[in-house]
Design a protein around this ligand. Structure first.
Ligand code: HMG
Length: 420
């Protein structure tokens, strides 16, 4: 069924972390030939959260500019997709709701299915807007990806949040029906409740992802989807940038299309610009791919874009969307590039120190060192409760505080900058 009015992404904004670890530093530490990272994985650097950043601060930071531009009118639902949840009961979205001052007449919920969660959120949002076209849904995808130190997955870590406002008559992307769906029970990547870092069967995860590419495409075609050659570009889930190339080559091969390097790069190259320097952002990754495409490409008005969302375990979905007339006037390209430029490079020891941080589970008062320069921070853990705060703008801080910030890095606060 095709609706008689367009529903889709009205606005999109992303955030990432305060710090960044260049892959050259990781390669130096573990003796890996740097081209394995730069060429083999297609990764240049990975976002590293400060001690006072988490999925809530990133999610609120991504969503704040959307609320600033559009207000809260008609936003009656917030769906927070994540697989790096901070609580087994309370939705991370409720903290964001509070930090952003959203109205009490809002439903807020957290969704999980590995990296696929944000696509489920988008599809659920579509249903809500179809039921009442005046309503808008705030979808937030926020994740910190963590693997064991010195494991093959370590080089694919990263962190980011993407916020999307979903509504009728969208300014950016009109989502299309049908969707191609695929679920298969596979243990390619998972994280038991007692672990902070994911467990992964790396090679199996790549095969499972490629099986899902074929599976979703087969169902998409059966459901009457567009032929492959109508799509101008493809946003794949990007656990590392090269996976998008691998996946698209696989789809072309599966469909009997030419698989030349230029062909593949034309379809996915621009979508990898952000994830190549951020790393795996799990739920946010496909939509970070969309942000990169919109910010990097020339005018694509009316052109269909294909989306392939994969979440280990595994659930996947292929769907299409077309870019709305005038979409370029609504992009946040300068802000997005600024989010990347403002990150501070760290050295290996600092990355490791941040990686190894955890809160004691004794219910005590555990403040975090002030490190982030973003608008929100996790101030600490007190009586088993996470305490968040909005950082005052620099102009509103006392001169002593402002001086403190200018003096950074300094002992006990800001990690040392990278030396290479
Ligand atoms: P690995 O064993 O470190 O690396 O595992 P490799 O030996 O497979 O090499 C990787 C690529 O680098 C290969 O290219 C090598 O040839 C190349 P490919 O065969 O892939 O085309 N290479 C070089 N190239 C140039 N110069 C060199 C050089 N050396 C090697 N000197 C793996 C890689 C991705 C498996 C590992 O990093 C890992 O386990 N990552 C985590 C899991 C993952 O990202 N899986 C991806 C699919 S599953 C998924 O996307 C879902 C996920 O996001 C989770 C979720 O859904 O929640 C992970």
């Amino acid at each position: 069924m095709v609706s008689d009015f367009a529903i889709g992404i009205h606005d999109l904004s992303f955030s990432t972390t305060e710090f960044v670890l260049p892959h050259a530093i990781l390669a130096d530490h573990n003796g890996t030939e740097i081209n394995k990272y730069h060429v083999g994985l297609g990764q240049r650097s990975m976002s590293v959260p400060a001690a006072d950043e988490d999925i809530v601060t990133m999610g609120a930071t991504a969503a704040e500019p959307i609320i600033a531009r559009h207000g809260t009118d008609h936003v009656r639902t917030v769906v927070f997709a994540t697989e790096s949840s901070i609580d087994q009961a309370k939705s991370a979205g409720v903290y964001v709701h509070s930090l952003l001052g959203l109205p009490s007449a809002t439903r807020v919920v957290e969704l999980k299915q590995a990296c696929y969660g944000a696509t489920a959120a988008l599809q659920f949002a579509l249903g809500l807007v179809r039921r009442d076209p005046v309503q808008r849904v705030l979808v937030i995808a926020s994740d910190i990806s963590r693997y064991d130190l010195d494991s093959p997955g370590e080089a694919t870590q990263g962190a980011a949040a993407v916020a999307m406002l979903v509504g009728s008559d969208p300014a950016l992307l009109r989502l299309e029906e049908p969707s191609g769906l695929f679920t298969a029970d596979v243990m390619d990547f998972w994280r038991p409740n007692y672990r902070d870092a994911a467990l992964v069967d790396g090679q199996e995860s790549v095969s499972a992802y490629l099986r899902a590419v074929r599976g979703t495409w087969g169902d998409y075609t059966d459901q009457g989807g567009r032929p492959l050659d109508e799509f101008a570009a493809f946003c794949y889930h990007q656990p590392y940038a090269k996976m998008a190339y691998k996946a698209h080559r696989h789809l072309l091969e599966h469909c009997g299309h030419p698989t030349g390097e230029a062909e593949v790069a034309r379809a996915v190259g621009r979508t990898t610009a952000y994830s190549a320097v951020i790393g795996n952002s799990y739920t946010a990754s496909v939509y970070l791919g969309l942000a990169a495409l919109l910010d990097e490409a020339d005018d694509m008005t009316g052109r269909p874009i294909g989306f392939m969302s994969y979440g280990s375990g595994s659930v996947a979905e292929f769907f299409g969307g077309t870019l709305a007339p005038g979409y370029r006037e609504h992009l946040r390209t300068t802000a997005h590039r600024g989010v990347l430029d403002r990150r501070q490079p760290v050295d290996y020891a600092t990355y490791r120190e941040l990686y190894e941080r955890s809160f004691p589970a004794d219910g005590g008062d555990h403040p975090t060192p002030p490190q982030t320069t973003g608008p929100f921070r996790l101030a600490g853990l007190r009586g088993h409760q996470r305490v968040y705060e909005r950082r005052a703008p620099v102009s509103a801080r006392s001169s002593a505080e402002a001086g403190d910030l200018r003096r950074l890095p300094h002992e006990g606060h800001r990690p040392a900058p990278a030396t290479s």
